[in-house]
Write a protein that binds this ligand. Sequence first.
Ligand code: ZN
Length: 438
Amino acid sequence: MKKSFMPQFKSRDELEAYQLEGLKWTVNHVYENSPFYKKKFDEVGVKPEKIKTLADIKYLPFTSASDLQEGYPFPLRSVPFDRIVRIHASSGTTGKRKILCYTARDIDDWANMFARCFEMAELTSQDRVQIAVGYGLWTAGVGFQLGCERFGAMAVPVGPANTEIHCQMLVDLQSTVFCSTASMALLMAEEIERRGLKDKISLKKVILGAERHSSTMRRRIKESTGAEHVFDIPGLTELYGPGTGLDCSLHKGIHYWADYYILEILNPETLEPVAPGEVGEMVVTTLRKEGSPLIRYRTRDLTRLIPEPCPCGNILPKHDRIMGRSDDMFIFRAVNIYPSQIDHVLSSFGEIGSEYQVHLYHTEDGRDRMLIKVERAAGLSISGDAEIAERISKEIRRQILVRSEVEIVDYGTLPRTARKSKRVFDHRIDLFPESNGE
Ligand code: ZN
């Protein structure tokens, strides 16, 4: 029988019993071995014995990115240095890098988790996996490679090279799987089209990580590369790295590896659980991690649980795609709105481009007003603007339950930046309307 990396649980009860064991082990481990965690636990007056059921997780203190930065260079370290075999670090866009330690078992667990991703994507040992993400301090590349080797497929570790080399490898080696960021995959899609390589390559699957991407992007990648499936791989350096879950071939949500970590979805303001299926912040607690365990780590990433069982039959629970960051949330007429919700509505309209801006104002009569600026798709006539704007506004009302005005602007007029573009402009909090820096 072929080796499986899936857990052997038959029911949610068995999974939860396993989670409880892992949770108890983790709280004891960090309390005994990490002065940082012991202090945190003592501050809120919690001893490891307090954890008797999974629900008791609510007594545990939260951790956040600032805890990792304060403990630089070895935050959360819970084993002696002689047991640490590797470190990885997040890219550190703000402040110090977040460095995480791995023991030999942590690396082994990560490889198994990643191998499970490839199993979920239904690869076989015949597959050739071209890895186009970075190697080094950053966890991505080496994670994809370890997982691929553990799974038993052939790794083609090209890294983030130029499209020239990637195209050559796709043709010469007939790679069947391509792993990259969404923007890299899009670049490759354009290049494959430009060089007319679609019939010369054998790409079947694309695995995208690290950035949000729209359904339009996924469609484009499939059309240009000939791939049948585009998978979404979540990943956070703090939580091993990429490879902690994957959507199955039905693409109805991301199965996550609940035997390695507990995922809570909390309201980012009250830190109480949201109702099942509602959007909130992902908060993770590891169940086996030795080097740098996480206790209720606030990821700031937003998503929702998908409570319904998956038609694929896999018992592992699912969450939705990452919908943005809790820091990006804004409140409009008492409704919590995430830019990704607007993104989602807009992406269903083919007549507009993917760039947009949301402007929030206070009107004279003290009410809030939302103006959404979107670009007309390239090549379309201005004459349809009013009708499209009307339909978008209706759809926003229907899906997000707020009134908005929609303005269609010329294609290419909204600013584009390489990194995350600023999309929400809240003029309500600006006392000097002339000075706001759009
Ligand atoms: Zn499934």
